[in-house]
Design a protein around this ligand. Structure first.
Ligand SMILES: C[S@@+](CC[C@H](N)C(=O)[O-])C[C@H]1O[C@@H](n2cnc3c(N)ncnc32)[C@H](O)[C@@H]1O
Length: 287
């Protein structure tokens, strides 16, 4: 006789299965996928542990489990994630926004001295949308080379009701718009090309290469940003970037060599140097 699968039983089975597949948070992922299949949140699942699953529910859930077992990121399967406590749609056209990037938003809010902001490599629009959400008078230009990413970012701006204050622009960070901007913020692709093969399968096989690789040493986008910052920022305007592990001192040097001032670095909450910032010199207006 076929066995009856209850919510609890299938959660336990999936947790073991995901664990064997090397998935980092097997129980959490099982709960989120089952919740999505049944239209229940995690508390709802806990209240219905003994509920038997119908065959149609089982087969819908099985399809999601197969995808996750192949290491497709949970966020792509669910089609959404959270950043800065706001909801974001995600697709394989965009990098999944990471909690570490919230430190870059914090620093932007701390230092933003004016309302004209440029977000370079906007991807899902995470940074642009979070800043527009927090700063009522912000006018953000969100730039990306990928039209598919920009379509996702526009959707996220509408979803968070900030679409009237963000302009989406397709372009290459090698040629930034003239501005002038009060703040340029960027989480650019920064992985050295040769390091991609060593990344987790979720990242290596599913996230867009264009969002990951920053040239042979990972620093190409920072060079381009440092070179252009003085031309696109107002005097005293800030350039703030997220950096990868071990890159902070190189990026600080690049910024200083480009003539930027007050170069600093801030750690993320895991103690990793994560944000590098610098500003253009204030022009001496004395005659
Ligand atoms: C690391 S992702 C960051 C996405 C988003 N800002 C975030 O923090 O989650 C980098 C983004 O830069 C974009 N990008 C890559 N090369 C670019 C280039 N040359 N010019 C403009 N954007 C570029 C990618 O398409 C991707 O969306």
């Amino acid at each position: 006789m076929a066995q009856t699968w209850t919510v609890l039983k299938i959660l336990q089975w999936t947790t073991d299965y995901f664990h064997d597949k090397g998935i980092e948070s097997p129980r959490r992922d099982a709960e989120l996928l089952l919740g999505a299949s049944l239209g229940l949140d995690r508390v709802g699942l806990y209240l219905h542990f003994d509920r038997p699953l119908e065959e149609s529910e089982l087969s819908a859930y099985r399809a999601l489990v197969v995808r996750r077992a192949k290491r497709e990121p949970l966020q792509y399967i669910l089609g959404e994630t959270e950043f800065w406590s706001l909801p974001f749609c995600v697709s394989p056209a965009v990098l999944i926004p990471r909690p570490d990037t919230e430190v870059l938003v914090e620093e932007s809010l701390r230092l933003a001295g004016g309302h004209r902001i440029l977000d370079v490599g906007t991807g899902s629009g995470a940074i642009a949308v979070a800043l527009a959400h927090e700063l009522a008078d912000a006018q953000v230009v969100a730039l990306d080379i990928s039209p598919d990413a920009l379509a996702v970012a526009e959707r996220n701006a509408r979803r968070n009701s900030v679409e009237d204050r963000i302009t989406f622009l397709q372009g290459d960070l090698a040629h930034l718009p003239a501005g002038p901007f009060d703040l340029i913020v960027s989480n650019p692709p920064y992985i050295p090309a040769a390091d991609v093969e060593g990344l987790m399968p979720e990242v290596r096989e599913f996230e867009p290469r264009q969002a990951l690789v920053g040239g042979s040493d990972g620093l190409d986008p920072y060079r381009a940003l440092a070179r252009q910052a003085s031309f696109c920022l107002v005097p005293g305007g800030w350039l703030l970037v997220e950096v990868g592990i071990y890159q902070a001192s190189d990026v600080q040097r690049l910024f200083a060599d480009a003539g930027l001032k007050e170069v600093f670095c801030r750690d993320d909450y895991g103690g990793v140097p994560r944000v590098v910032g610098a500003r253009t010199g204030v022009v001496d207006r004395a005659v």
